[in-house]
Write a protein that binds this ligand. Structure first.
Ligand SMILES: Cc1cc2nc3c(=O)[nH]c(=O)nc-3n(C[C@H](O)[C@H](O)[C@H](O)COP(=O)(O)OP(=O)(O)OC[C@H]3O[C@@H](n4cnc5c(N)ncnc54)[C@H](O)[C@@H]3O)c2cc1C
Ligand code: SF4
Ligand code: SF4
Length: 1018
């Protein structure tokens, strides 16, 4: 939350935003951008829309916003406020100055524990705020699914609602006051009307005029504003005659901040928010009710709500299946299922007393028993398991968006709110509408308040716009019949502002326009939203209009799995390569990013290390995907290999965090390889890249002159001298070349070896003792081992996975290496041997990139048997085939840092499993994200600083804090190097590969302690 140094102006001379950018750059200290790529990155949010802004300001302070407001008002340039940009309706896109408050304006300004209020700047993220409040036993309870991304300013802008709104209400029920700035520069606090007498004259007049509108429209408000809690469309003119099921204020008085909540940045800029807090719930109990049909689940909802839960949330069959297909969600969702339900309801109870809260699940069981459903309840009493299930539910929309092909679930009726009595019928009727239009919807979310999320699958490049309007018209008629709200959560934006007049009628629509004009007579605040809108199906505003085209591209990697179309009724995919993508699937893979912003996260996991340190949109997986998408559409020039894309990908460390954590599976590490390939093809390979890429080829020569090469580490002067020609940061130590590289080629041809050990370049030339340890452990466990070696006709150099070539885009060289590896190892695979490796980034290349190098079934066979050594040992142990005697070590604690690729493939846990076999060793996995070294990335003089900052996020502090006798374990060569470099100035810590620890614990090693034998028979 600290404000890093402001950034310079970036703009292109002939861009339309040049004027505003130039004027702004003179008066602000934050970053101003007006180049095409930056504008492209801010042209979209999580909606179907895309409008290029004129310029972007990332203000360093509120003074910057003040100055920008002056400039924009003077030039008549629209101001579009933006937080995480996770809006689904197009609220944050527009042809004006986008002001991104999320990077610097994110402090807690004031806190009053006794009043249970906090005042924050608009850019603070909900999870960060709640993390800060935890120590006070309080939280801000509007728990939106995007809690790790959503900023409080954006949440107020949209009148956001959380899963527990039944209990806590929406934003409007929880905002106490807003300090705002109007377009004319007037600053004032909007809060209880009675407290506004001291406001500036302009504001007092404004309030008086608002009151007179409220009084004039008193009856109309009562007549047309839906009486449901979940109504977020239009302006909250009903502050003067409240219609919300839940009162806005405890005493029925008027709070004018509530009129601004949900105004989507169209009335004023929010400078700070004063929020009402709630005590942290002490205990929660969760019951998962399994239903045979969606209709049955919906029909049961009002009876379940009558039990007084804090949430009742729906997950339907499609969502259950999608969650099952996601490796991180599968075990969680399967624990909650009874048989094969068509829908589940998550029913949560909250209370201060643990046993009493748990007993509420018995009440739930009793109600279910009345319907013969008691066996269909899964009780989830433990907080950790509850959280995992909520995480699946929160990821619901993102999971749904992972559908490949041009047809995508589109958000436009996704949050209609209807009274609970009509819920089941509403679902049936809407399902029938979808069927008639040749599509289907997936249902989930807030059953308790009648807001069901549903997105029919539409292809906006073809007939999506027509179907969208037709479905919207039919759906709205049902909503009206049930006296529901057309916009019950996500707001109006570009997709629904047109429907404000439909929902509220001409009279209130005029009143809304009058309200807008009172606040913003010049119409500069986010124009076209809520009042005076464009049409929802104006294709010129679409991200993928029917005219959308992609550049033809001859790709290095095989992307055809993405080059498909789907059947909107069944979700079935056409064969790979049939999708019509001129970039052979690369463009469609990039387009999988739907801009939901999930990568803007700082919680557990890896994604995205570069954004975590810079907080810049350009360094976010989303920013990179948007840049690539624009480049592939030709919007950034005639070639994809542009400097704009290169800059956006520069800090991508290829950690594959996004491969696992991006809900739609955007794999930027692989995309970077493809981009590098395109770049090298067009621009050639610079000497430094060539040197690093070809390291496996010249490593054997280097080993012969090891003492000479190692001199550089001992002489700071030499390191400094070499910095410029090599591009390697002088502050970095380099891996030490060994004169005694691993040279054994033992028994490679052993036709019966159980294990073929892959000794990668780094192990071979820098740490051969790791391979020795592996041999010791494997043999001690009774396995016969062969060392992977090339075919005799091709034995001039050792086998290599090609990682260094891939990292530099030299795909053809990588393919050559992969082919050698496949030729040499597949015969072993076919006779049932395991292919075991030590270096995660090398071994896992066999399971990942080898499959997209066009090497066919043999590559798949090899991938199926390639394992990291701990993974292999753990698998054997689980299968009862491992006998390994281990002694206790003098050290009693081990701290494990998982390599990013280990985490991406979900195999880091095996390291912990294997180390726990050592008697008395307390093993802990550090929640460490990326170490920041990432192969050669951290060595570069241009990356050194950011690399160290990545390491300092969590890994290095955890290592430094570990007691001196703790073993630091890291399987990645570069992770070990980073740990050594990052701690060398204080108490240097050397990390070791897990196999070295296991080898030390073999009984032959010299130490005391008991011997334990892992597992049973072989
Ligand atoms: C996968 C997914 C799940 C979602 N789940 C939920 C959910 O459970 N509940 C829910 O309510 N929403 C949900 N949303 C929508 C969205 O995440 C929320 O509305 C969120 O609160 C928006 O926060 P933000 O920081 O992204 O705001 P933005 O999208 O950046 O902005 C939102 C609005 O606020 C305005 N604004 C931003 N800052 C200011 C400011 N300083 N002054 C004035 N106006 C400002 C913007 O102009 C815009 O109109 C979901 C979206 C996605 C993609
Ligand atoms: S990259 Fe993935 S996580 Fe990030 S916005 Fe795109 S889809 Fe969401
Ligand atoms: S590979 Fe890693 S650094 Fe690159 S975008 Fe994905 S998460 Fe970010």
């Amino acid at each position: 939350m600290n404000a890093p140094a402001p950034q310079p102006l970036v703009f292109h001379a002939n861009r339309p935003g040049q004027d505003v950018a130039v004027r702004l750059a003179k008066v602000v200290s934050g970053a101003v951008m007006a180049d095409a790529a930056s504008c492209a990155r801010y042209a979209t949010d999580a909606s179907i829309y895309q409008v290029q802004p004129l310029a972007i300001l990332v203000p360093a302070s509120d003074d910057d916003v003040r100055a920008a407001t002056e400039v924009c008002t003077a030039l008549g340039v629209p101001i579009i406020a933006r937080g995480a940009g996770s809006s689904q309706c197009g609220q944050t896109v527009g042809a004006g100055l986008v002001i991104d408050h999320s990077k610097h304006l994110n402090r807690v300004v004031a806190f009053d524990a006794s009043a249970q209020t906090v005042t924050v700047e608009p850019g603070i993220v909900l999870d960060e705020l709640n993390g800060w409040l935890r120590k006070h036993g309080l939280w801000f309870p509007v728990d939106v699914s995007t809690s790790a991304q959503a900023t409080l300013g954006g949440m107020a802008g949209n009148n956001s609602c959380g899963s527990r709104s039944l209990y806590y209400g929406n934003m409007v029920h929880n905002v106490a006051a807003l300090d705002v700035r109007l377009a004319d520069g007037t600053e004032a606090r909007f809060g209880p009307e009675r407290d506004m007498n001291d406001a500036p004259p302009r504001v007092r007049e404004l309030v008086a005029a608002l009151r007179s509108i409220g009084e004039r429209e008193h009856d109309e408000i009562a007549r047309v504003v839906p009486r449901v809690m979940r109504r977020v469309g239009g302006y909250n003119a009903d502050v003067f005659n409240p219609q919300s099921e839940r009162p806005y204020t405890a005493d029925g008085s008027v709070n004018l901040a509530h009129l601004l909540v949900g105004s989507e940045g169209t009335l004023a800029w929010t400078r700070t928010l004063t929020l009402s807090l709630a005590p942290l719930p002490r205990h929660r109990a969760l019951g998962v009710v399994n239903f045979g049909s969606l209709h049955a689940a919906m029909a049961a909802t009002s009876e379940l709500v009558a039990l007084g839960p804090s949430a009742v949330e729906l997950v339907d069959r499609t969502m259950i299946d999608l969650a099952r297909s996601n490796p991180s969600f599968r075990p969680v969702i399967e624990r909650a299922l009874v048989g094969e339900p068509d829908a589940i309801l998550l029913v949560e109870f909250t209370g201060d007393d643990a046993p009493a809260t748990l007993r509420r699940l018995d009440d739930l069981e009793d109600v279910l028993a009345n319907h013969g459903l008691e066996r269909h309840l899964v009780k989830v009493p433990l907080a950790a398991e509850q959280k995992s299930l909520w995480d699946v539910r929160k990821a619901g929309l993102n999971i749904m968006m992972s559908l490949r092909g041009d047809g995508k679930p589109v958000s436009f009726i996704e949050d209609c709110a209807v009274p609970l009595a009509h819920l089941a019928e509403y679902v049936d009727r809407l399902t029938e509408i979808f069927r008639r239009h040749g599509t289907r919807g997936t249902w989930y979310a807030h059953a308790s308040v009648g807001t069901l999320h549903v997105r029919p699958i539409l292809d906006m490049r073809r007939d999506g716009a027509q179907k969208m309007r037709a479905i919207a018209e039919e759906a709205s008629a049902i909503v009206r019949e049930y006296k529901g709200a057309y916009s019950g959560e996500h707001g109006d934006g570009l997709v629904r502002s047109e429907w404000v007049a439909w929902q509220f009628g001409p009279r209130l629509t005029r009143a809304f326009e009058a309200i807008k004009d009172l606040f913003d007579p010049a119409g500069v605040m986010n124009p076209g939203k809520i009042v005076r809108p464009s049409r929802m199906d104006d294709a010129s505003l679409f991200r993928f209009p029917p005219a959308h085209r992609t550049l033809a591209l001859d790709t290095g990697l095989d992307w055809t799995a993405w080059d498909v179309q789907n059947d909107p009724r069944t979700g079935a995919l056409s064969p790979p390569g049939s999708g019509g993508d001129p970039a052979h699937g690369f463009a469609k893979a990039v387009e999988m990013c739907n801009n939901n912003g999930h990568c803007r996260k700082f919680d557990a996991g890896t994604m995205c290390p570069s954004y975590r340190v810079t907080r810049d949109e350009i360094h976010l997986t989303r920013g990179r995907a948007n840049t690539l998408r624009h480049a592939l559409s030709g919007a950034l020039g005639p070639s994809v290999a542009s400097t704009a894309v290169r800059d956006a990908l520069d800090l991508c460390v290829g950690c594959k965090g996004c491969r696992r954590e991006c809900p739609t599976g955007v794999d930027m590490a692989r995309m970077k390889i493809e981009f590098q390939h395109q770049w090298q093809r067009e621009h050639g390979v610079p000497l430094r890249d060539r040197l690093l890429a070809y390291l496996p080829r010249w490593a054997s020569l280097a080993a012969r002159v090891a003492p000479l090469l190692n001199l550089r580490n001992r002489s700071p002067a030499l390191a400094a001298l070499m910095e410029r020609p090599t591009g390697i940061a002088a502050a970095r130590s380099l891996p030490q070349w060994r004169r005694d590289p691993f040279a054994r080629q033992c028994a490679t041809t052993d036709a019966n070896a159980d294990v073929v050990l892959l000794v990668d370049t780094f192990t071979r030339y820098f740490e051969p003792e790791n391979a020795d340890s592996a041999l010791q452990v494997l043999r001690a466990a009774g396995f016969s081992v062969a060392i992977a070696a090339p075919m005799p006709a091709d034995a001039s150099r050792p086998l290599c996975c090609g990682r260094t070539f891939l990292a530099h885009g030299l795909v053809d060289e990588a393919r050559r290496e992969a082919k050698r590896m496949i030729d040499a190892l597949v015969p072993h695979v076919r006779r049932g041997a395991a292919i075991v490796g030590l270096e995660p980034s090398c071994l896992l290349t066999l399971r990942d990139e080898f499959l997209v190098l066009g090497l066919g079934d043999a590559a798949r066979e090899l991938a199926g048997r390639a394992m990291l050594i701990e993974e292999f040992l753990a698998r054997e142990q689980a299968g009862g085939r491992l006998t390994l005697a281990l002694d206790a070590l003098p050290e009693r604690r081990a701290l494990v840092h998982g390599h990013c690729h280990q985490k991406a493939f979900d195999v880091a846990g095996h390291v912990v499993t294997a180390l726990r076999w050592i008697p008395g060793l307390d093993v802990e996995m550090v929640e460490s994200g990326c170490c920041g070294m990432a192969g050669a990335f951290g060595y570069g003089v241009d990356h050194y600083d950011v690399s160290m900052r990545m390491a300092e996020l969590s890994l290095l502090p955890a290592v430094r804090n570990a007691p001196a006798d703790t073993l630091i374990v890291a399987d990645g060569t570069s992770c070990r190097h980073q740990i050594a470099d990052g701690t060398r100035n204080d108490r240097r810590r050397d990390a070791v590969h897990a196999i070295r620890v296991l080898a030390r614990a073999l009984p032959a090693a010299e130490h005391d302690g008991a011997t334990t034998t892992v597992a049973h028979s072989r």
